[in-house]
Design a protein around this ligand. Sequence first.
Ligand SMILES: [Zn+2]
Length: 150
Amino acid sequence: MSLKIQTFNPLSSYNKAINKLKLNGIRPTKQRMILAKILFENGKRHVSADSLFEEVRKEDRKISLATIYNTLKQFTNIGLLREIVVDQNKSLYCTNKESHYHLYIEDEDKVVDIPTKNVNLDIPQIPACLKLHNIDVIVRIRTLKELKDI
Ligand SMILES: [Zn+2]
C-alpha cells in the first residue's frame, strides 16, 4: 500500500489562483476552491460552464450551474481565466495565461490555442491619448465534411 503525501506548493496553479482571489478581496469559499482545483490542476485547457458542471458532478460534488457561471465570470474579471465568446449564447473559458489566440472548430465546438507569432496583424495606429489593452483573435473554421453538406 502506498500512501500519497501531498506537500504544500505555494507555486502550484491552484495555490496561485487562491492567492489571487484573496488579493482581490474574494473569499475562497469551499465552492470556489473546488472549482479552482478542477480548473487549474488539469493543465492548460478550455471549458464551458456546462462541461465544468459535468466535471463537478463526476467528482460527486454539488455546485449549481448558476454558481458555476458566476464563478467563471469572477475568475475572468480578476484575470485567472480568459473568456472566449464563441457566439452570443456561448462562452468558453481558457486557463492558459500565456499570450495566445484561438482557433475555433465550429462544428466540433472545440477551441485550440494558436501562438500569437503565427498570426500577423496590421493594427491601426492608436491615438496617443489611448493605449492598447488587449487583442482577442478567434479564427473560426469548419471541418471539410461539414462544408460538403452545404
Ligand atoms: Zn486558450
